[in-house]
Design a protein around this ligand. Structure first.
Ligand SMILES: [Zn+2]
Length: 218
């Protein structure tokens, strides 16, 4: 396959990109200077080596130049002593975490699922970082600091389906013989976010109000 068609095929795999947009991206590249193209190619090559998945919250973050990638496995949010470790917010995607951070509506800890669970999915456990989430919640609940898990998925059918799946997974972890002895609540975002809302497109005020009005998960 020639480079034009191959690049178009690659761009088409990007989230939310259709065939027309993919073609426009390739034509856009053709208008760039050789220096711009080299710069683009270099960053593409480097992005994986400069970015690490945080062992604790599973978000991608950029490591500082010169730091050993293998030694630096906890991100700046997880290692920040000023964060409220009684709150854990579970989000679907990295971009949702960034949107919430930008809104300054939340100062607790995060966990990034890495996706949503499609309705009628046969292998839901493979669509999200389920094992890692269970490990994180077990660790936090053992430390006796955790008070609430906020499931902040998008208010659309897939997001709500994911939220329900997660609360069913987490509930047994925080209860003993059916009793919530540790008093850890599981909540979801409340009013403010309208139906069909993708979290990543919500503004700061809407997110603040959705957080203030959060409700106990079903
Ligand atoms: Zn982290």
């Amino acid at each position: 396959m020639d480079s034009f068609n191959r690049l178009e095929e690659i761009f088409r795999k990007f989230p939310g990109i259709g065939p027309r947009q993919a073609k426009r991206f390739v034509y856009h590249l053709l208008t760039q200077t050789d220096i711009d193209i080299d710069d683009f190619a270099n960053h593409l090559k480097n992005i994986k080596s400069q970015t690490v998945l945080c062992e604790s919250c599973c978000r991608f973050y950029t490591i500082k130049a010169g730091v050993d990638k293998n030694l630096n496995t906890i991100c700046n949010i997880c290692s920040d002593q000023n964060r409220d470790n009684s709150l854990l917010m579970v989000v679907s995607k990295d971009i949702d975490l960034l949107t919430i951070e930008k809104s300054k509506a939340f100062n607790g800890l995060y966990f990034v699922l890495g996706g949503n669970i499609p309705i009628l999915e046969d292998f839901p456990q493979d669509k999200i970082r389920q094992k890692e989430l269970v490990k994180k919640v077990n660790l936090l609940s053992q430390s006796n600091t955790l008070k609430e898990i906020i499931i902040a998925t998008s208010i659309n059918p897939e997001g709500e389906h994911t939220a329900m799946y997660i609360s069913n997974i987490l509930r047994p972890l925080i209860t003993t013989s059916g009793k919530n002895i540790q008093n850890i609540k599981i909540t979801t975002l409340g009013r403010g976010l309208s139906s069909g809302s993708e979290l990543e497109y919500s503004d700061g005020d809407t997110l603040k109000s959705a957080l203030e009005n959060r409700k106990v998960a079903r």
